[in-house]
Every structure is written in structure tokens, then in C-alpha cells.
Design a binder for this molecule. Structure first.
Ligand SMILES: C[S@@+](CC[C@H](N)C(=O)[O-])C[C@H]1O[C@@H](n2cnc3c(N)ncnc32)[C@H](O)[C@@H]1O
Length: 273
């Protein structure tokens, strides 16, 4: 995909506030890479307690952050697992593989710096038990974010350096998830594929079908609030997926056949911890 790169030079990644638009096309050819830590739409704490229990006898769990943008999601997963299990016991979940086709985002992500908003700092501390300083080193650089992105609001961002305990846990791959999906293993997968389905647009049915072959009974697929209407599994129960009754936005192969067609109307999911 040929993309308009002109916004890149002055965008502060980190949370990434950037909008990529290929002029002359509609939804499938535009996307936003906006993200933040512990993105809403998942009961992070409750779900990861469940994940740890579910995989307690599984020697290796393959964790993916598909369309993972700058790694905020992958790092959220890694921080939560380390906070709950300790680095040694969390090893079987690592590396988290973060895949995104946006070269600028992934190139930047590999540098090991992230620009955090005050809200990011709060959320990281909330979910890790005040371990922000275990995972990040604060620099004295801060600046006003650009006014680009879904929220379209400016905020003060502070530049942080990732510490090795966190940086080492995520591996970035620059690739279209439509092709990457073919390379994924078929079992024991914890797949995050959140807030990108509207951008898949023309390929979403084929992608869902392929993703289904990578989701066995010992796997989960996690979607985002933004995916509610555009993801085929949210519109009808298909490709063998069932909605998880306990965790909104989580799909599995339990075969329960559970499908809540009002799910996409419910309020955004957020957890109080
Ligand atoms: C709104 S961000 C979502 C980031 C993160 N998953 C979250 O929930 O915050 C959407 C991301 O999808 C990526 N994306 C869109 N289509 C893609 C594709 N076909 N292959 C890989 N990445 C894609 C964009 O580059 C962008 O970083």
C-alpha cells in the first residue's frame, strides 16, 4: 500500500497520534495508528488471571498483537504478565509478537523509546501495581502532542526509555496481517487483533477464515470495541468461533455456540481495579 507519509516527521509516537490516509480511497485504504497503554475494551486484570490459570500446564503460549501499532498493546500484555507471575515464570508467554504493516510505526517502536501521556502513566501504574519505574526510565524531555488522531486533543507527553526487562519481551514484525496470519502456529495462541477490523474491510472475511484455522480449543482471539460492527464474528457467529460468555470481546473455540447479538450495543468495557 502506498501511503501518504507527510504527517510522520512531526508526529510524537508513543501513544501514537497519527492518521494515515491514501487519498482517493475510502475506509479500507485509511487507518489510524492511535493507541495507548491498556486500551479499553478488555477486563485486563480478570482476563489475565483466567489466562494464567488456563495455560498453567501449557509449556509455551504464542502471544500475538496483530495490528499492534507502536507496541503499547504488546507491552501492556508483557507488563501485566511480569507483574502477576514474575519475569521467570512469565517466560513461556514471550516474546509477544507485534505485527503491523506501518513501517514508520514499527521502525520507531524498535528504538526503545515511548512518549507517555499522564493517562498512560496512570493506567500502567494501575495495572502493574505501581511498577512504571520497573519498566520505564523517565527522561527530562516532554512536549505537547500533535493534534492528530481519534481523540483529536492535545496533551503533554513525556519521553521514556524502555528498560530491557520490558523491551526484550516484544518482537516487532513489519508485515500485513493478511499474509502474516499464514505463518502463525495453529495451537496455543493468545491472539490480540484489536481496533483494526474496519481497516481490513475488503479482506476481513478471508482474514477471519484464516484466523479461525489458527485458533484451536487452547487459543483465544481478543477484539476491540472499535471492531464491534466490522468484524464478521461480531455480526454473526461464524468461522467456528463462539463469543466468550465471561469476557466481552473475547472469542474462542469452546463450541458453546454462544452469540450475544446485542454485544456491540453495550457500553465500552472498562474494569475497576
Ligand atoms: C487503531 S490502531 C490499533 C492498535 C492497537 N491494536 C489498539 O487496539 O490500540 C490500528 C492499527 O492497525 C494497523 N493495520 C491496519 N491494517 C493493517 C493490516 N492489513 N496489516 C497490519 N496492520 C494493519 C495500522 O497500521 C494501525 O497501527
Amino acid at each position: 500500500m502506498q501511503i501518504n507519509d507527510k504527517h510522520y516527521s512531526h508526529i510524537n509516537f508513543g501513544t501514537s497520534y497519527r492518521k494515515v490516509v491514501k487519498p482517493g480511497y475510502i475506509l479500507g485504504d485509511c487507518y489510524e495508528a492511535s493507541t495507548y497503554f491498556f486500551v479499553k475494551g478488555l477486563q485486563w486484570n480478570k482476563f489475565f488471571n483466567h489466562v494464567i490459570e488456563k495455560y498453567k500446564n501449557t509449556p509455551k503460549v504464542n502471544v500475538f498483537s496483530l495490528a499492534g501499532s507502536d507496541g503499547s498493546e504488546a507491552y501492556s500484555i508483557a507488563m501485566l504478565l511480569i507483574s502477576k507471575l514474575g519475569e521467570e515464570n512469565a517466560k513461556k508467554f514471550f516474546p509477544v509478537i507485534a505485527v503491523d504493516f506501518d513501517k514508520a510505526v514499527t521502525r520507531n517502536a524498535r528504538k526503545g523509546f515511548m512518549n507517555l501521556s499522564a493517562d498512560d502513566e496512570l493506567r500502567i501504574n494501575k495495572y502493574t501495581g505501581n511498577k512504571l519505574n520497573t519498566f520505564f526510565e523517565r527522561t527530562n524531555k516532554s512536549f505537547l502532542s500533535d493534534k492528530i488522531g481519534a481523540t483529536d486533543r492535545q496533551e503533554i507527553l513525556t519521553k521514556f526509555k524502555l528498560k530491557p526487562i520490558l523491551q526484550d519481551k516484544v518482537h516487532f514484525i513489519t508485515e500485513d496481517i493478511n499474509t502474516y496470519v499464514d505463518k502463525m502456529p495453529a495451537t496455543n495462541n493468545l491472539i490480540f487483533c484489536r481496533n483494526c477490523w474496519p481497516y481490513l474491510w475488503k479482506t476481513r472475511e478471508e482474514f477471519a477464515q484464516k484466523l479461525s484455522t489458527k485458533t484451536d480449543a487452547n487459543s483465544y482471539l481478543v477484539l476491540g470495541n472499535f471492531d464491534s460492527i466490522c468484524c464478521p464474528m461480531n455480526v454473526k457467529n461464524c468461522y467456528g468461533f463462539s463469543m466468550n460468555k465471561e469476557f466481552p470481546n473475547v472469542f474462542d473455540k469452546s463450541g458453546s455456540g454462544f452469540f450475544d447479538d446485542m454485544r456491540w450495543l453495550v457500553n465500552p468495557i472498562e474494569e475497576n481495579i
